[in-house]
Design a protein around this ligand. Sequence first.
Ligand SMILES: *Cc1c(COP(=O)(O)O)cnc(C)c1O
Length: 381
Amino acid sequence: MNFLPYSRQDINDSDIAAVITALKGDVITGGHYVSDFENALCAYSGAKHAVVMNSATSALHCAYLALGLGAGDELLTTPITFAATANAALMCGADVRWADVSPESGNIDVASIKECISPRTKIITPVDLGGNPVDMEAICELAHAKGIKVVDDASHALGSSFADGRKIGSALLADNKNGADATIMSFHAIKPITTIEGGAVLTNDDEIARKCKLLRSHGISKTELWDSDMSMLGFNYRLSDVACALGLCQLARLDEFVKIRGEIASVYDEFFASCKWAKNVKIPSGITSSRHLYIVLLGDNLAKNKAQIFSELHSQNIGVQVHYKPTYSFDFYRQKYGDISLPNAELFYAKELSLPCQQKMSAKDAELVLEKLCEIVEKYL
Ligand SMILES: *Cc1c(COP(=O)(O)O)cnc(C)c1O
């Protein structure tokens, strides 16, 4: 069996043709592909605005700045995420605080959010882990009642939808209540779709979109054909037309990707429904997950031997991965904030294993993964 990474890109001939066409164009950055891709993201997600950037990290940074995050403020987030979710808050001069997660899903725990909100909390950033949507209704109700903004780090979740069919990023909850103030997408190579590197801010708020557009391009806007003004300090976070041409093509293939990953996931689901030594993260009925990650939680004995199990799986070409080391436990953050330990996050990290789940796999591959996994864990039960 070829090496099966836990996630990977799927680039076909239509993607390559789209890239070549864009590359041969007169304008290869700052042209119409950028707004075409943004419009397609709006049409797909239901968001009013999409502002694409060169990464989700840039998108987080701009969204946080657009919402006014700065020195003296706190951003409250989950430790079970990629470092960038918290890092971008430090880039704004703010502090980070972590709420604990649900032991079943690894998503931020609403009761823990309640305990961690302080007078300095400016933004709450939940993460839809693996593509499984957080309880956005509960989080927004809690946050907005206190004037706190919500940025959904949906880097895993393009293609996911809530039980009523609304897509992640639509920014509205049931009954047209406001959802997240901004939603972040990542188009890194192995995320739900790719522009190689790339990301986006989705929002229904005109002012957030306006500020994000300024921030991604030096804070400069054209006032007349021959004149421009710089109204704030910005960055060069732009995404090229060539990348956006790829993004357009990938977005058209997204539903197919989600369908195939769903089929792989259902092979795993059937097995873990009756498995004695591990359980999977259950996706609530009605909800569609992008299935960016297929997350398994190992039983206690196996969790103790995860390092050996991990390397034995890799030596059998099964590219499992662990998501995530709690952000607060990185050396950098321990130097900054001292030793922090949240019990559910620690347990989740100890037990978590992400199985290969990507659109270049077949159901047969998934069965082989399960076979090898059973063979290997046998010794450690
Ligand atoms: C990948 C990822 C990011 C960063 O994405 P980039 O596009 O690589 O900057 C941020 N948050 C989460 C949850 C991610 O998985």
